[in-house]
Design a protein around this ligand. Structure first.
Ligand code: AGP
Length: 609
């Protein structure tokens, strides 16, 4: 996610902006910039890369100015570059903006503005905001911003500056966080508390649809209709370190809790009209190309590989196409069977995993077009793939991947339904039913997250064991694989995933009294079969913790603990069933006093073989 900092007061703004941007580095970024207003006019300095590159560009003599805005960019539209870095100006340097979020209709707005004579200097969606402000400016920056934002669809936290009103900063917020820090004779603006906590602990939290006019001595907050809002000042009690985690003890829990928003951001502009419509025009896949596919090959590592396993089940069931899923470290040395009608999909949160990158290069060397599903714009995988589908999960700091996994699943679902529509593989009703069920998932994830206490109690039992099993059939087996990886990589408990039907072929020998067996029973078609496997475990006194959909009959008395998930379409359950397994891994690791965010021996991105 991008980071925003603003200052207006008696001090030199630049040092405060720079310090604030450094406090937001944890959010992940690929370029940074500042804009300052002074008697000499506007000064903008921005640079690709780390904040050190910006400092180097500024040099020894930093620019004057008691009013300024700063930004760390996490690229969404347009690769990381000096010109795409924020702040952005309009045609003149009268108006400057910084923005965090996604402007869904930026292309239409850009064309409309270009027809009116505006010229653009970047590839970003954000720049349209500067030109809209310039277009609507009527001598009142607040009213101008209120008017400009009416035509914007998407998410935004934005701050605007204007050379003819140098005594104020104007903010607007919808679906992206923005706070205002209240000082003595000075005020601050930021995406998040860490950027300003060293200056003030008194903040206003801007809500969706609110606008603010911030001067050195006042903060006035308005509705879009210019009604003044009386807001309470909040006192931040966190320390600076806790603030980076938004008050959570670990980044992993913060990222688990961010999953509903990560899903909504990844759906934004793609799953439309309540789920009745899917728009993946960004993939530039022609109807002919989509109908020409005769096989799909998914390649990834670790958690991303488990997303691919879910993709296999879903794509084969809906598209009736053969789907291979391979570990990238195997694929690259397997001499894989690829032909010109094979669609290769690589999945990588970081976009820098060495094995996955090598697999991508191998597929391209065979002449196959490669689609990358990745969370990092400008990453090697994104740049070298023929097409990139970005998950908008925002930076994932914890080594254990959670929100990236959920958005990878969502991406595969969106792609499957998009291909199904193009290939006539689903009738209109089935397509709409699936799309609406997909659209409803973020709220269902929220419902599961609200029950984290139940999972913490289960973790109390699991944490006392050195070995556990995760079992499931069909899609549940794919999720069991992910659940086992989550638990083992952060709690160091040996966890193995098995297809339920495989237990009697060996694993049952390891079932001893009380050993935790986490059983996923979400797939109606194999519920009975899975139940008989659970009975095999219970007959050997295993301790069975079951996850099933609401409405599943006859399970209560057969297992030691049951956690009912909100009901949804069977093929969508992985997005729900993995969430309690993430929480289980997290609370088990906490109970075992493990290094949750940075587990031993592991790296967030494995950039070597
Ligand atoms: C997942 O929790 C692990 N951190 C690891 O398996 C990870 O998924 C794998 O290394 C792939 O990383 P990538 O998605 O960045 O390519």
């Amino acid at each position: 996610m991008c980071g925003i900092v603003g200052y207006i007061g008696e001090q030199e703004a630049y040092p405060i902006l720079l310090e604030g941007l450094k406090k937001l580095e944890y959010r992940g970024y690929d370029s940074a910039g500042v804009a300052l207003l002074s008697r000499e006019g506007l000064k903008i300095i921005k640079a690709k890369g780390e904040i050190a590159a910006l400092e180097k560009k500024v040099g020894q003599r930093f620019p004057d100015g008691n009013t300024g805005i700063g930004h760390t960019r996490w690229a969404t539209h347009g690769v990381p570059s000096d010109s795409n870095a924020h702040p952005h100006c309009a045609c003149t340097e009268d108006f400057t903006v910084v923005h965090n979020g996604i402007i869904e209709n930026y292309l239409a707005l850009r064309l409309w503005l270009e027809e009116k004579g505006h010229h653009f200097s970047s590839e970003t969606d954000t720049e349209v905001l500067a030109h809209l402000v310039e277009h609507y400016y009527n001598g009142d920056l607040l009213k101008t911003v209120q008017e400009a934002m009416k035509s914007v669809e998407g998410s935004f936290a934005m701050v605007a500056m204007c050379q003819s009103e140098t005594d104020k900063l104007v903010c607007a917020r919808k679906d992206s966080p923005l706070i205002i820090g209240v000082g003595e004779g000075e005020n601050f603006i930021a995406s998040d508390v860490p950027a300003i906590i060293s200056h003030t602990r008194k903040i206003y939290i801007l809500e969706d649809g609110e606008f603010a006019v911030v001067t050195s001595s006042s903060v006035d907050i308005f509705t879009a209709e210019d009604t003044l809002i009386k807001k309470e000042i909040r006192e931040i009690t966190w320390d600076a370190v806790a603030a980076e985690k938004a008050g959570y003890q670990h980044f992993m829990l913060k990222e688990i809790m961010e999953q509903p928003q990560a899903l909504r951001e990844t759906m934004r502009g793609r799953l439309l009209n309540g789920g009745r419509e899917i728009n993946l025009a960004e993939l530039y896949l022609t109807s002919e190309e989509m109908n020409d596919i005769s096989k799909i090959y998914i390649v990834a590592c670790g958690t991303a590989y488990h997303a691919g396993l879910v993709g296999k089940y879903v794509m084969e069931k809906i598209l009736r196409l053969p789907v291979d899923v391979d570990l990238a470290s195997e694929f690259r040395y397997r001499d894989p069977l690829l032909d010109e009608k094979t669609m290769v999909i690589v999945i990588s949160q970081s976009g820098e995993t060495a094995d996955t990158l090598a697999a991508l290069r191998l597929a391209r060397s065979r002449g196959n077009k490669v689609l990358a599903i990745t969370n990092v714009v400008g990453s090697s995988v994104a740049r070298e793939a023929d097409r990139a589908f970005f998950t908008w999960a925002g930076p994932e700091i914890a080594v254990a991947s959670t929100k990236a996994f959920l958005t990878q699943l969502l991406s595969l679902y969106l792609l499957t339904l998009y291909l199904a529509k193009a290939r006539g593989a689903l009738d209109e009703d089935s397509f709409e039913c699936a799309g609406k069920a997909l659209f409803d998932l973020p709220a269902k994830v929220e419902a599961i997250l609200s029950r984290e206490q139940e999972i913490e109690e289960i973790a109390g039992y699991v944490s006392k064991w050195g070995s556990t099993f995760f079992v499931g059939r069909n899609l549940d087996f794919a999720v069991a694989m992910e659940g086992a990886l989550k638990l083992k990589e952060i709690s160091y408990i040996h966890a193995e995933a098995y297809a339920s039907g495989e237990l009697k072929h060996g694993t049952l020998a390891l079932i001893v009294e009380g050993i935790p067996v986490i059983a996923l029973l979400t797939q109606k078609a194999v519920l009975e079969k899975s139940m008989s496997n659970i009975k095999e475990v219970k007959a050997r006194s295993g301790y069975v913790i079951c996850f099933a959909q609401e409405g599943a009959e006859g399970l209560q008395n057969e297992v030691d603990h049951i956690f009912y998930l909100p009901a949804t379409e069977d093929f969508l359950t992985p997005i729900l069933s993995v969430v309690p397994l993430q929480l289980l891994a997290y609370y088990t690791a906490v109970a075992r006093c493990c290094s949750v965010d940075k587990p031993r021996n592991l790296a967030k991105s494995v950039t070597v073989e």
